[in-house]
Design a protein. Structure first.
Ligand code: AHR
Length: 356
């Protein structure tokens, strides 16, 4: 117990230093009092609706340790297996209740809800805020409020277009490179002479994951005259919408060679659509992103040809950054996760290693 208190004291000391460094008022021992506002919260990252009320906003253990650091995480939503793994990674990282009081807010795919969640953490004097922004723009005001309150903000997963001075750092994937890697593999695989028709299922509009993957892919593919992108539309990173969009593409375009789905969830919808139509899946080159275990199984079965990894296990990196920030150390503004590119030929050996 004494050991725990010393550890908490050490963290508190580090915090005061950081606070001094960035002009923050130190109130890390303030009790969390969840107010009756409309922010919805949930820990149900395993596929639930995320519709618990704010009154029981999900803290790490349902009670508070007044010596712990109050960490608030505002997630985008619960739209995919990737997202579930991302939420779980944060929850596991901040599960030590002797060090952290961790509160999770489900943004319900709504930027306004996300902003409310951040505001709540500011109002309640949280020690640090982690935000997974659903879209790129519209964060300046709330980030400025957090900065003025001296609360470090770590942006995770998708990027924002705010000035870098408004947040502490960002941890996530190099979406542009992911898109490029997909296109480079495709060009190697299908060559540069035979005409090939591509349809793309994009993610959420204005999300940096969508923008980056689209740009990276298009930048490479546009250099080769034998590739035509027939259509590139959003299915919101969602399985059901992916299926619907694939059905639309199938009725619209008689000759499709390549299907690019910007996440595994949409790939599952695409495969369902093709299967229900009685199409021969082997006739299509299917490229996906994320690298979920389920998608690896589909690669083993010959249904997906390439999966470009997007690493959701960001919790430990975020914790390390937080400790550095609170200790007053400077950190790199941009932190890319390590990620691989997996063609179907590698899936059999890799499938057992997948962690999400
Ligand atoms: O921002 C990361 C993307 O968001 C993942 O590719 C996707 O599965 C999630 O919904």
């Amino acid at each position: 117990m004494r050991k725990k208190l010393i550890a908490a004291g050490l963290i508190a000391g580090m915090l005061s230093l950081a606070v001094a460094g960035c002009g923050k008022n130190s109130n890390y021992t303030t009790k969390v009092e969840l107010r009756d506002d409309p922010v919805k919260s949930s820990t149900d990252y395993a596929g639930g609706s995320g519709n618990a009320t704010d009154e029981n906003a999900s803290k790490s253990d349902g009670k508070e340790n007044s010596d712990s650091l109050k960490i608030g995480f505002v997630q985008t939503a619960n739209e995919s297996g990737w997202r579930a793994a991302h939420t779980k990674s944060m929850e596991e990282t901040f599960s030590d209740t002797s060090k952290y009081t961790y509160t999770f807010v489900d943004g319900q795919a709504d930027q306004a809800v996300q902003i409310k969640g951040i505001q709540k953490f500011i109002d309640e004097g949280y020690d640090a805020i982690i935000v997974a922004p659903i879209v790129v723009s519209g964060w300046d005001d709330i980030l400025k409020k957090a900065k003025d309150a001296g609360i470090p903000v770590i942006i995770v997963d998708r990027q924002v277009d705010s000035d870098e001075s408004l947040y502490s750092c960002w941890v996530g994937s190099d979406f542009d490179t992911e898109g490029k890697n997909a296109a480079e593999w495709l060009v190697k695989e299908l060559g540069t002479s035979e005409p090939k028709n591509i349809v793309v299922l994009e993610g959420t509009p204005d999300a940096s994951a969508t923008l980056g993957r689209t740009k990276g892919f298009n930048d490479v593919i546009s250099q080769y005259g034998n590739y035509t992108i027939l259509a590139s539309e959003s299915a919101d990173f969602d399985k059901a919408k992916g299926k619907e969009l694939m059905n639309k593409y199938l009725s619209q375009f008689p000759s499709i060679d390549v299907i690019v789905t910007q996440n595994d969830n949409m790939a599952y919808g695409v495969i369902e659509a093709l299967t229900e139509k009685g199409a021969n899946i082997e006739n299509y080159t299917i490229i996906s992103f994320d690298g979920e275990a389920e998608a690896f199984k589909l690669m083993v079965d010959g249904k997906i040809d390439l999966d470009v990894e997007c690493n959701p296990l960001q919790g430990p990196t975020v914790e390390k950054l937080l400790q550095d920030l609170l200790a007053g150390k400077s950190v790199d503004k941009t932190q890319f996760m390590e990620e691989g590119v997996y063609p179907a030929s590698s899936a059999k050996d890799e499938v057992a290693n997948r962690k999400y």
